[in-house]
Write a protein that binds this ligand. Structure first.
Ligand code: HSE
Length: 392
């Protein structure tokens, strides 16, 4: 087993978490030598001499062999990871935006400099999804992955639906609890979930997808009317990230709110918990669940990567093939519910079938079958007065 000397970037929720955990686990044979921070004025709960504001104090130190990058500025994170790998250092990161947007370069850097770059903490916090997809499901024929990959939105939706709390109040609470991104619109608009879905797509199917090409609607357009509808039908609303392999080599991917019923394993995935259903032709359905956000759950995934690096683990990307285009002509059909202000005209011609339609005094809804491609092209997808929720 190697002993590792760590240079840590960032001392926020997760950075401080991993610092505390490593202090309590001397048997891991790792030590944090330096911590690079942006603001030297802030009071930190660690010895002053550990801190620096100069990235070079870590990146140019030959004694430091592992860089743990836990900052939320994706551009700065990319520069740090690039320089660290070029200097032959192994790297652990939790920056899903940076990784999802730069997969091709990051894979090439690992090969060129023969270094490991691990990022289990970037997807679903403590849930070990990346390494499972990479190793355990390496030989199985996966066809779908779907589930809850963002803890903040799940916390918000749970508190609204089970405890009747108001959206703004619970969003603030999610920030206070350290679940939300520093810019929480990344959570509530479903953007964070698209980054995570890209990493899932890459490790499940070996394909690189542009996160901005994923069909997406967050939770900001949801209306009390939808909560009431869910309640009456005995369902809960969750933000669901989903990907399917269609016809062997085509892929469908979307992040949309969805109604989830009792029979789904996602029904009882509440608060900051995440849950993933993995569909494979041999194992059938597998379910992984655990805390997806917060200091220690995320630190546990970082710790697991650090431990794996002690025995030289690296992702081998055996499935890695080519980039794919998630075309707007995606023919995957979903069952969809739309709700909208009663006076609004909704173009329903893009539905192949309408199952239900209702117009009340204030709000109306319809349900029907529609392809992902048609949702993408609809004029109501981007309309904030329209709720878009999947039924399956
Ligand atoms: N903001 C993220 C979430 C943090 O709520 O899931 C963990 O990636």
């Amino acid at each position: 087993m190697k002993t590792l000397t760590i240079g840590l970037f960032g001392f926020g929720v997760v950075g401080e978490g991993i610092y505390r955990v490593l202090l309590e686990r001397p048997e891991l044979g790792t030590r944090i030598k330096r911590i690079c921070i942006r603001n030297p004025e802030k009071n930190r709960n660690a010895p002053k001499e550990l801190f620096t504001t100069l990235a070079g104090d870590i990146l140019d130190d030959p004694e430091i062999d592992l860089v743990v990058e836990l900052i939320d500025d994706a551009d700065a994170a990319l520069r740090i990871c690039r320089k660290a790998m070029q200097s032959g250092k192994v790297v652990v990161s939790a920056n899903k935006k940076m990784i999802a947007e730069n997969l091709t370069e990051l894979v090439a850097l690992q090969t060129k400099h023969n270094v490991s770059f691990l990022y289990e903490a970037a997807v679903c916090g403590s849930v070990p999804i990346i390494r499972n997809l990479e190793e355990y499901f390496d030989n199985d024929w996966l066809h779908s992955i779907s589930g809850i990959v963002n803890g903040s939105t799940n916390y918000i939706l749970t508190q609204m639906s089970l405890n009747g709390h108001a959206y703004d109040e619970v969003l603030t609470k999610a920030q206070e609890l350290g679940f939300a991104e520093s810019d929480p619109s990344l959570d509530v608009e479903g953007i964070d979930a698209t980054y995570k879905l890209c990493l899932i797509l890459f490790h499940a199917f070996g394909v690189i997808v542009d996160p901005h090409s994923i069909l997406r609607k967050g939770i900001t357009s949801l209306h009390p009317f939808d909560m009431q509808y869910a309640h009456e039908k005995g369902k809960r609303i969750k933000l669901i990230a989903r990907t399917n392999r269609v016809n062997g080599t085509q892929y469908s991917a979307a992040v949309l709110p969805g109604f989830v019923g009792h029979s789904s394993k996602l029904f009882d995935v509440n608060n900051e918990y995440n849950g993933l259903l993995i569909g494979s032709s041999l194992a059938d359905e597998q379910f992984l669940s655990g805390k997806g956000a917060g200091r220690y759950p995320t630190a546990s995934a970082v710790l697991s990567d650090i431990s794996a690096l002690r025995y030289g683990y690296k992702y081998e990307y055996r499935k890695h093939s080519i980039g794919v285009d998630l075309s707007s002509h995606d023919k995957t059909t979903v069952e969809l519910y739309l709700s909208y202000p009663a006076r609004k005209k909704i173009d329903d011609s893009v539905f192949s079938q309408i199952h239900e339609s209702y117009r009340g005094t204030d709000r109306g809804y319809l349900t029907g079958s529609i392809t992902i491609g048609h949702i993408r092209e609809s004029d109501w997808l981007k309309d904030n007065t329209v709720s878009v929720i999947t039924l399956n």
